[in-house]
Design a protein around this ligand. Structure first.
Ligand SMILES: Cc1ncc(COP(=O)(O)O)c(C=O)c1O
Length: 365
């Protein structure tokens, strides 16, 4: 029987950096400093440098990064924030936890990204920000959002799935007011545990974020803001520093894989493949198909992992239904019914991709 093909193989990546990570881990363990120390400081500087951002502030997760961003912009009860309804729950969750109202908007059915015209239609005087999710690694239309929403609406970039992605040579996370990153292990730049960070060009905002992530404290036992405990630990920072040096190479490999998929999977009539665009870093390779159940069944029979990211529109979930818009969001609903993500990781081999094509052919999709 053939070997299973996973959707993601973190052990394959670990094998390529194992010695460096093990040495760094032992160094940190022996240092006696485990939270917010020299490794975190160095990682923040290296990340800011990589992005071309003036400031990077680390925290405990991507969800916290989004929550801290909303809090740092003084958004709360009575305010609204536009969020796409086709994404992971964290952006809506981060907004709702501040007491502000997440306003769910539709996405572009071709790009899967927040729909700019729909944002324009949803604009009210209460809208203080939009969370632009660079979904699956594809950069969201930041310039168009800015043009339609104006300067009064802050752009918070959700870069959880898009470390290294860029628009016209400028890295995502540096294009709006604040960029929010996740280092959950499965991300393009992933830690060996939870982690997150924020990027901004605004020194005052960076200072406030630093305080908010550490109990609102600006100096020891002095609390100027109501903060939370959301700090990156030294082990994760040391590991991220090592992986940061490889991110461009890993992202290039993902781009090559997407190009190969594009050739291999052309011509399956029920499938619409994602467009190859510059700056995309392919956190996921996600297509749509009207024959999803049959395709999943065949892939499973052939021991090929695949996932539905995302099966349910956010505004139809019990936790978020109270903020459901009055009119339907047709593109989100259709994508939830038709999307399918295939194996995508830098170490995916050509022969594994060939097996995936063979499986598509057997499924007769
Ligand atoms: C688009 C998006 N935003 C935010 C998050 C939250 O990140 P974390 O899991 O680090 O809290 C994730 C990931 O899990 C995500 O995919």
């Amino acid at each position: 029987m053939s070997e299973p093909i996973p959707i993601l193989d973190l052990t394959a990546q670990y094998a390529t950096v194992r010695e460096e990570i093990e040495a760094a881990t032992l160094r940190v363990l022996g240092s006696g400093r485990y939270v917010l120390g020299a490794e975190v400081e160095a990682f923040e500087a290296e990340m800011a440098d990589y992005l071309g951002a003036a400031h990077a502030v680390s925290c405990a997760s991507g969800t916290d990064a989004l929550h801290l961003a909303v809090r740092a912009l003084d958004i709360g009860p009575g305010d609204q924030v536009l969020v796409p309804a086709f994404t992971f729950a964290a952006p809506a969750e981060a907004v709702a936890l501040t007491g502000a109202e997440p306003v769910f908007v539709d996405v572009d059915p071709e790009t899967f990204l927040i729909d700019v015209q729909h944002c324009r239609n949803a604009l009210t005087p209460k809208v203080r920000a939009v969370i632009a999710v660079h979904l699956f690694g594809r950069p969201a239309p930041i310039d168009a959002l800015r043009e339609v929403l104006g300067d009064q609406v802050a752009i918070i970039e959700d870069c959880a799935q898009s470390f290294g992605s860029e628009i016209d040579g400028q890295r995502v996370g540096t294009l709006g007011a604040i960029g929010c990153f996740s280092f959950f292990p499965s991300k393009n730049l992933g830690a060996c545990g939870d982690g997150g960070a924020l990027a901004t060009r605004d020194a005052e905002l960076a200072q406030r974020l630093r305080a908010l992530r550490n109990h609102g404290s600006t100096e020891l036992y002095r609390y100027d803001h109501l903060g939370i405990n959301s700090r990156l630990d030294e082990l994760q920072a040391a590991i991220l520093r090592i992986k940061l040096a490889h991110i461009d190479d890993w992202n290039r490999k993902r781009q090559n894989i997407a190009e190969q998929y594009q050739e291999l999977l052309q011509g399956f009539a029920s499938c619409r493949l994602p467009e190859l665009v510059p700056g995309h870093v392919w956190h996921q390779y996600t297509l749509t198909t009207s024959k999803r159940d049959a395709l999943i069944a065949q892939l499973q029979a052939d021991r090929i992992d695949c996932r539905v990211y995302y099966p349910h529109p956010l505004h139809q979930q019990p936790a978020y239904a109270r903020w459901a818009p009055e009119h339907p969001l047709p593109a989100v609903e259709r994508l939830c019914a038709e999307c399918l993500s295939l194996p995508m990781f830098p170490e995916l081999k050509p022969e594994q991709m060939q097996r995936i094509q063979d499986s598509f052919a057997r499924a007769e999709v």
